[in-house]
Structures are given as C-alpha cells and as structure tokens.
Design a protein around this ligand. Sequence first.
Ligand SMILES: Cc1cc2nc3c(=O)[nH]c(=O)nc-3n(C[C@H](O)[C@H](O)[C@H](O)COP(=O)(O)OP(=O)(O)OC[C@H]3O[C@@H](n4cnc5c(N)ncnc54)[C@H](O)[C@@H]3O)c2cc1C
Ligand SMILES: NC(=O)c1ccc[n+]([C@@H]2O[C@H](COP(=O)([O-])OP(=O)(O)OC[C@H]3O[C@@H](n4cnc5c(N)ncnc54)[C@H](OP(=O)(O)O)[C@@H]3O)[C@@H](O)[C@H]2O)c1
Length: 275
Amino acid sequence: MTEQSTVTQADARPVKALPDAQIVTEVRHYTDRLFSFRVSRPASLRFRSGEFVMIGLMGDNGKPLLRAYSIASPSWDDELEFYSIKVPDGPLTSKLQHIQPGDQIILRPKPVGTLVHDALLPGKRLYFFSTGTGFAPFASLLRDPETYEAYDEVIVTHTCRDVAELEYGRTLIDNLRADEMMQELLGDGLDKLRYYPTTTREESPKMGRITTLIESAELFADLGVPALDPATDRAMVCGSLEFNKDIKALLEAHGLREGANSDPAEFVVEKAFVG
Ligand SMILES: Cc1cc2nc3c(=O)[nH]c(=O)nc-3n(C[C@H](O)[C@H](O)[C@H](O)COP(=O)(O)OP(=O)(O)OC[C@H]3O[C@@H](n4cnc5c(N)ncnc54)[C@H](O)[C@@H]3O)c2cc1C
Ligand SMILES: NC(=O)c1ccc[n+]([C@@H]2O[C@H](COP(=O)([O-])OP(=O)(O)OC[C@H]3O[C@@H](n4cnc5c(N)ncnc54)[C@H](OP(=O)(O)O)[C@@H]3O)[C@@H](O)[C@H]2O)c1
C-alpha cells in the first residue's frame, strides 16, 4: 500500500539557506527500499525527457552531498519527480528517505544524459528495457508525447525481484492509459504502449530476467512482434552495470549499434546506479 504526503506551494516553508534549493511537494513510499517524491521546478530549468541531474542534501560537514538522479517527470511538467532507492547506510538516501513535503533539497540545474530521443536514429518500434530504479528515465519518456509521435509502437519492460517493486511503474502505466489527453497518442485500444513487467524472485504472471526472455524469444512471442531488427527497432536501456552489459551484448548480437547524443544510432544505455 502506498503512503503519500503532499503540500501545495502555498504551504511550503520559505526557501533560504540551501544553494539551488527546491521545495518538496509530495512523497510516496512503495516499499522499504523504494519511494518517489516531487519538488518545485526552477523556472529556468530546461531538460530533455530522459536526462538526469545532481540532487542532494547538505551533508554533516556543511558541504552539499549530491548524487545523480534521473528526472522521472516529463519535460512539460511544472514540477520535477524523482524515483529513489533507500540504501540503509547510503550517505544520501539514508537521509533523503525521510524528507517530507515542505522540506528543501539541493538541485543542480545542469541536466545531461544519453537516454534521449536525439541519440537514436528514426525507427518504428521503441523498446525501454529497465530493472529496479532504472525505470525512472522511462517514467519521464513515457509521459512525453514525442515518444508516441516518433514511433508506431512503444514497449516498456521492467524487471524487479518482487511484485511490490513494480508498483511505481504499474501505477504510472495505468494512469497514462486512463488519461484522456493520452488516448489519441496511444491509438485505438491503447495498443501503441505495451507494458511487460517481470519478476525474478516472487511469483507473478510473468517470471524471469528480460535477458533470458529475449534469448528464448519468449518476449517477442508474448507481444506478437518480430525479433529485434536494426531496420525498425530502437532501444533505451537503464539498469545495473551487469544488466546494461548483458542487454547491450544481446542488442549488438541482433545488429543494433550503440548511439550517443553526438552520434545517433539504434540503442542507448545509461546506468541506474554505480556498484
Ligand atoms: C546516471 C545515474 C542516474 C541515477 N539515477 C537514479 C535514480 O533515478 N534513482 C535512484 O534511486 N538512484 C539513481 N542513481 C543512483 C544514485 O546516484 C545514488 O547512488 C543513490 O541515490 C544512492 O545514494 P547513497 O549516497 O545513499 O548511496 P551510494 O553510496 O551512492 O550507493 C551505495 C550502494 O547502493 C547501491 N545503489 C545505489 N543506488 C542504487 C539504486 N538506484 N538501485 C539499487 N541499488 C543502488 C549500490 O550498490 C551502491 O554501491 C543514479 C546513478 C547514476 C550514475
Ligand atoms: N531488491 C531487494 O529486495 C534487495 C534487498 C536487499 C538488498 N538489495 C541490494 O540492492 C542492490 C540492488 O538491488 P536491486 O534489486 O534494486 O537491483 P538488481 O540486483 O540489479 O536486480 C533488479 C532486477 O534485475 C535483474 N537483473 C540483475 N542483473 C541482471 C542481468 N545481468 N541481466 C538481467 N537481469 C538482471 C534481477 O534479477 P535476479 O533476481 O535474477 O538477480 C532483478 O529482477 C543489490 O546490491 C542488492 O543486493 C536488494
């Protein structure tokens, strides 16, 4: 069950002390390891859906303690959303997990990243492959109309250990499909957006690592789509280093090449965390 707390801008305590301070407006806890929160957006901040920024809190030594975070909200949103792990003894998240609406966080307004439409050549079908909090950049891209304007079909896979760890993504997909503004973009039957959640350590309707499901071609059979093809398919990947390495090898085996902002190609990769 999600626990939620919110604050309106009017309720927020006055900003002072922190450099690049933003106000927390909403916090939701999903599990003892996962939460999301929303903060005010600097008026001057422009970013491309899928990019990340440095955010954090003031450390005990009086210096900012910052970490990379994907912006989970789309570029058109008035606020910024983040989806976060809680590492029990993590320098930042052991504190960040206790933020409340009205609190301040530090946000350095310099967005960067490779999980952007500009880094891919035009294609017909776009895959988002994610594990754990690697879903965050796709939470942004999935809510960006450009994603559906640029592709005939958008397939998002999310693999977690347990069912509860899928809740943030599942709720986001449900809300997108129910959003009247999105109906036209998602097409008749809302079938332009395909959601493929899997778990590896708890029973669920679809079990298994997505890498295994690609190797066995079960993913393509389940969705009724052809195997990966560099002529039509594009992919964005976000998970642990090992996950990224394994997916990259599979994509390359199917003939897709890794792209970058300066050299667009058929897929792009970004790590969801280091270590
Ligand atoms: C480009 C980039 C984007 C990122 N985006 C996000 C994001 O959107 N949401 C998010 O929660 N984190 C994200 N991270 C990770 C984030 O920067 C921090 O590592 C995380 O907030 C933990 O900070 P910490 O100081 O508590 O612990 P750290 O000292 O940073 O990490 C301690 C250990 O915890 C584990 N860990 C760290 N982050 C994660 C994670 N996300 N999932 C699972 N295990 C983890 C690793 O084993 C790591 O060695 C991103 C990292 C990079 C490089
Ligand atoms: N999730 C938890 O409940 C939990 C609890 C305590 C501590 N931790 C620690 O937190 C860190 C991150 O855990 P996490 O669960 O967020 O991320 P994770 O270990 O990267 O696992 C997330 C999902 O990705 C899958 N996966 C991992 N590596 C893969 C690969 N190379 N190819 C394909 N799929 C892959 C996992 O499947 P598999 O299950 O098959 O690995 C799991 O379903 C780890 O160091 C972990 O020990 C996690």
